[in-house]
Unconditional design. Structure first.
Lengths: 282, 407
């Protein structure tokens, strides 16, 4: 059976079912496609599952990442400077799918590059490449007709961000067309900034559970294995992004080029984070 | 996608409740901001129908901004060009020297109504930053202004003015280090400080309801001008004309005239070094529809949807997008948009200074340059009403440098 037919929502659902079986939370890792260059990015991507990533978020580079902090902004800039664009992002996924049929890949980014690609063509190509879902930061439910509805119709997941500003009145609207899982942004702010306290996360999880049965992944500001473990005690998955792309930045030479340490520094951090997440409930 | 409705019986009825001007506009923002945007929309609805709000607005526009400002007959420029009569709407005579303050008064009164205690803004040329810092001083609210590091360099007098007014000016070093990046940074601040912060957007762009409310606050320009031209000439102008960066002074002038079918509407974009060079800010003439900063509108971008850097001698026009209502007006053909390059704007800057004793801002020098093309083609019985959106004192260093003069 081809991967396209296995399809997006299934791979995500299967992964969360497996995590439940194992009695643990998952680790969702974010890297930007093409950071620091397409080849090195592919090496990192391929190494993530073995290092302990349960789900992969792959950033679609954009010149104006308005909801991202400096770490992910710079990752986007590095990728664009190295000639990354949407078609290459999709071929990166295709290359990954050739060897990994199970790890879900979620593309994350901003709407304009998708809009310019053409929504129908993008969804077709993304599905064929083996993409499982989308997170598009600047598409709230008020704009669902743009991309969310066509995505779900195509059999891919549209994963919504919920935030500390999402109250009981707002949440039904947010979970309505969401599938795969719900991403809880634990602090109001850009990526990579401060993190939420345990109590805040517990309270938010309780609020979210009143509105959805979908798995809940919690992210923003998680930098260490300890923080990841704390989140993994409450949530179905912990998301780490800025800390990972910062590791990429740290590994580069003085000209900003990948070194032979780049992939291993990233997988080293992912291993630590995965250990934290896997042992959290023991 | 909905198409722009040809059955509209008014050009002034939009946006629709979702904030759309035909295909343009909308609310493309991070979820964290959505509740704030909805709250703002409601607060603005309430304010609009509250006579006390209008009264307060009118009070400050009159006693603090100095409105109504004159509609001035530019007699010598008219003679020089030998065609249509040219009138300037003198927004340069407002307190702080530009049209920007009209909008800032409106938004800070809204912020007060909403109980917000901290103000943020983005600025390009610094005019909106100065206007925001000014109203923040007047109403006693702390103010942070984001400004591209490139703009800080070329608009240093305005940076100093903002600091004198008590504002914190934060340099933005990401991207092209100009207006679009300042807007990104302001959005990042807003998403982080959702409880107490009001974002005073400086132009008629961004997520709904900003394009609508900025337009409404700036419509004082067109409403006054309409009354004044009727008084001066006993009739409406044949053409209204204004420079567009984001397009707030232009939409403010245009909107009250949109249903007057015999009034031609002309917007002027910055063509920088020339459209063929790729170094310009003419998103309507050379861009295509895309989504940035909360709205769908014409943008400068590459084939992958990556936003291009804009280029103009005028920091206030140096933006790769445009307010969504202008995109709509272009597509339905109600307005025409023309490009003017740096050199033409500089010529107009000099001509206006020498002939009228008015040093115009580089932004509206683009409008004057277009008037220099339009007026000679029109008969002497025709009237052009142009928005002179700001004074040029802030630009003297830029102009001196462009002319090779050392100050």
């Amino acid at each position: 059976m081809s991967d396209a037919i296995i399809g997006g929502q299934d791979r995500i659902a299967k992964r969360f079912a497996k995590l439940k079986e194992e009695g643990r939370a998952g680790l969702v890792t974010f890297i930007t496609a093409g950071d620091p260059d397409p080849e090195a990015s592919f090496e990192i991507l391929k190494a993530l599952p073995e290092a302990g990533a349960d789900i992969i978020e792959l950033g679609m580079p954009f010149t104006d990442p308005m909801a991202d902090g400096p770490a992910i902004q710079e990752a986007s800039n590095r990728a664009l400077a190295a000639g990354m664009h949407m078609r290459k992002t999709l071929s990166l996924v295709r290359g990954f799918r050739d060897q990994d049929h199970e790890t879900p890949i979620i593309l994350m980014g901003y709407y304009n590059p998708i809009y310019i690609y053409g929504v129908a063509e993008f969804l077709e190509d993304a599905r064929n490449a083996g993409v499982d879902g989308l997170i598009v930061v600047d598409l709230p439910p008020e704009e669902d007709a743009e991309l969310c509805v066509p995505t779900v119709e195509k059999g891919l997941s549209f994963i919504r961000l919920t935030t500390p500003t999402s109250d009981d009145k707002r949440l039904p609207k947010l979970v309505q067309n969401t599938s795969g899982f719900v991403y809880y942004v634990s602090v109001a702010g850009v990526t990579g900034a401060g993190s939420a306290s345990n109590d805040q996360i517990i309270e938010a999880m309780a609020r979210l559970r009143r509105h959805t049965d979908l798995p809940i992944a919690v992210g923003f500001g998680i930098k260490t294995a300890e923080q990841a473990a704390d989140v993994a005690k409450q949530a179905d998955a912990a998301v780490v992004g800025s800390a990972i792309v910062s590791k990429i930045a740290e590994s580069l030479d003085e000209n900003g080029k990948a070194t032979d340490k780049t992939a291993s520094m990233v997988t080293g951090l992912v291993r630590e984070l995965a250990n934290g997440v896997r042992n959290a409930r023991k | 996608m909905t198409s722009s409705s040809p059955t509209l019986n008014s050009y002034r009825a939009l946006p629709d409740p979702e904030g759309h001007f035909g295909n343009f506009g909308g609310r493309f923002v991070a979820e964290t901001l959505m509740p704030l945007i909805l709250e703002l929309e409601q607060a603005y609805k309430d304010a609009k129908s509250d006579p006390a709000f209008k009264k307060e607005m009118d009070y400050y526009l009159r006693h603090y901004v100095g409105r109504a400002n004159p509609l001035y007959f530019a007699e010598r420029l008219t003679e020089e060009l030998g065609g249509a009569k040219i009138y300037f709407k003198r927004e340069d005579l407002n307190h702080t020297g530009a049209h920007k303050i009209n909008n800032c008064i409106g938004q800070i009164l809204l912020a007060k109504r909403m109980g917000k205690t901290r103000i943020i803004a983005e600025t390009g040329a610094g005019q909106h930053g100065v206007a925001t810092a000014t109203v923040c001083a007047r109403f006693g609210l702390p103010c942070t202004v984001y400004m591209g590091s490139k703009d800080i360099e070329r608009q240093s007098p305005n940076v100093f003015r903002m600091r004198l007014l008590g504002a914190e000016v934060k340099p933005v070093v990401s991207g092209s280090c100009s207006l679009k990046d300042a807007m990104n940074e302001a959005l990042r601040d807003w998403v982080t400080n959702v409880e107490d912060t009001f974002y005073i957007i400086g132009t008629a762009a961004g997520p709904h309801p900003y394009p609508e409310l900025v337009r409404d606050f700036q419509s004082v320009i067109g409403n006054e001008a309409k009354e004044q031209i009727l008084e001066a000439e006993g009739r409406l102008p044949d053409q209204v004309l204004a420079a567009v960066g984001g397009g707030s002074n232009a939409i403010g002038l245009f909107h009250p005239f949109l249903d007057d079918k015999d009034v031609e509407v002309v917007g002027v974009e910055a063509a920088g070094h020339g459209i063929h060079t790729g170094k310009h800010a003419a998103s309507l003439s050379a861009g295509k529809p895309g989504v940035l900063h909360g709205n769908r509108t014409y943008l400068l971008m590459d084939d992958d949807g990556q936003i291009k850097e804009a280029d103009s001698i005028s920091a206030g026009l140096d933006y790769p997008g445009i307010g969504p209502e202008h995109s709509w007006l272009k597509d339905i053909g109600r307005a025409r948009y023309e490009p003017i390059g740096d050199k033409e704007a500089l010529e107009a800057f000099k001509l206006c200074s020498e002939l009228e004793g008015i040093i115009p801002a580089l932004e509206c020098s683009h409008a004057i340059a277009q008037v220099m093309k339009e007026a000679p083609k029109m008969g002497k019985d025709k009237i052009i009403l142009m928005c002179l959106s700001g004074r040029g004192d802030k630009d003297i260093f830029t102009v001196a440098e462009a002319l090779g003069v050392e100050l």
